[in-house]
Write a protein that binds this ligand. Structure first.
Ligand SMILES: [Zn+2]
Ligand SMILES: [Zn+2]
Length: 292
């Protein structure tokens, strides 16, 4: 166990298992004193997290979000910290994104019915669980209905970009997300870069995002090995990014899952993020406690 800060955690407001209150309590018990709740594309869990944080006089809560972006062939997630969670335009944008994802999934289900490969909307929703409905859940419903034998086949035959049941969506590129987060006074951090690094697309992305105003990159994350941490730390330095990190705690178990705070994130880069927030006048959005 060990880090004083954890800048990436999920609650029941996206696909985590714990309520914001239980998450704050668990993080506190684990020794975390600076936490950010970063649910997927939603800020609705933050009021409860702030209420819970108030009960501890040495606990800092940073308002956060994890936004999904679209790039060909890969998922790019970007964390926003110190965002203005009350900004009406921002909240409106999040709501429209959510609606567009739902509409898109509904349209795909309609297309499948027309193609004589019907799946039920209820099953698609079931597979999505607490998360946002997307193509993988439509794919699982196709497998369950016996129209295909695997998720891969579902994508290959129906759901890929050129597939007959494909519906395009309101795309938000990584640069747009960084701009959106900066626009609400937040700071943007590229999340879990391992897959992007493996795909060979990390450096070009970092170059583009650095120009867009990216602040940090997750370097200390879940099961990242010392060698990986070094690689990402070097890359962060090269692009002038703060080497941050988090457990990405969901409470769902699994071999990669780490408890809140169970990452080797040093305090110094977190202090850097806090100083930067102070310079930008964003510190007041967090609940800051200094008794440590
Ligand atoms: Zn993520
Ligand atoms: Zn996450």
């Amino acid at each position: 166990m060990g880090s004083l800060a954890d800048l990436h955690c999920h609650s029941t407001f996206s696909d985590g298992r714990l309520t914001p209150t239980k998450l704050v309590d668990l993080a506190y018990r684990n020794g975390v004193r600076i936490l950010s709740l970063t649910d997927h594309d939603i800020v609705d869990g933050l009021p409860e997290a702030f209420e819970a944080a108030k009960r501890y006089d040495d606990f800092t809560l940073i308002p956060g979000i994890e936004m999904s972006t679209d790039v060909p062939g890969n998922e790019v997630h970007i964390l926003g910290h110190f965002i203005d969670r009350h900004n009406p335009a921002f909240l409106n944008r999040l709501k429209r994104l959510q609606e567009s994802r739902l509409n898109r999934a509904r349209l795909m289900v309609e297309k499948l019915v027309q193609l004589d490969k019907p799946v039920s909307w209820e099953r698609v929703e079931f597979f999505a669980g607490e998360g946002t409905v997307g193509r993988p859940h439509v794919a699982l419903a196709l497998v369950e209905a016996g129209h295909v034998t695997s998720v891969n086949e579902a994508f290959d035959r129906y759901l890929s970009r050129n597939g007959p049941a494909y519906v395009s969506r309101d795309r938000l590129g990584p640069e747009e997300v960084v701009a959106l987060l900066l626009g609400v006074g937040g700071m943007a951090t590229l999340a879990h870069p391992r897959e992007l690094f493996a795909a060979g697309t990390l450096e070009s992305l970092l170059e583009a995002l650095q120009a867009a105003g990216l602040t940090g990159m997750e370097v200390y994350y879940q099961d990242y090995l010392p060698q990986e941490i070094k690689t990402f730390h070097d890359l962060a330095s090269r692009y002038g990014l703060i080497p941050l990190g988090g457990s990405d705690y969901h409470g769902l178990g699994g071999p990669q899952q780490r408890e809140p705070g169970d990452i080797p994130l040093p305090t110094e880069p977190v202090q850097k993020l806090l100083s930067l927030a102070e310079e930008r006048g964003a510190l007041e959005r967090a609940r800051i406690a200094h008794a440590r």
